[in-house]
Design a protein around this ligand. Structure first.
Ligand code: FES
Length: 101
């Protein structure tokens, strides 16, 4: 007796991280790597290219990388991540049994 195969989980969902992607500098003017930009977007909740510029300097030169920055923003908005957050940055433990006043 066999059981039907369950469907494969979706790739790039917010609950999964694919293998670390091969990365390259998105912004060659300032040598800002894709993982740096993605992590800044996630940690700081960035939603615009201007916010990425302020946080990472990416996009502050020739502007050639702006389409890539916009793609990273769109990808992160969909919950599709290429790079895991570094250890200790994924969640803040909530204190238990807080005293009530
Ligand atoms: S490549 Fe990013 S500003 Fe020039």
């Amino acid at each position: 007796m066999s059981t039907p195969a369950s469907p494969a989980p979706p790739l790039n969902s917010s609950s999964q991280h694919p293998e670390p992607a091969e990365e390259y500098p998105i912004c060659t003017c300032f040598q800002v790597w894709e993982s740096t930009i993605e992590r800044a977007v996630r940690r700081l909740g960035l939603t615009t290219v201007e916010e990425i510029q302020r946080a990472t300097q990416a996009g502050c030169g020739c502007h050639t990388c702006w389409p890539d920055l916009e793609e990273i923003l769109a990808r992160c908005a969909r919950g599709e991540y290429k790079f895991p957050l570094e250890d200790g940055a994924q969640a803040t433990p909530q204190p238990e049994n807080q005293p009530t006043s």
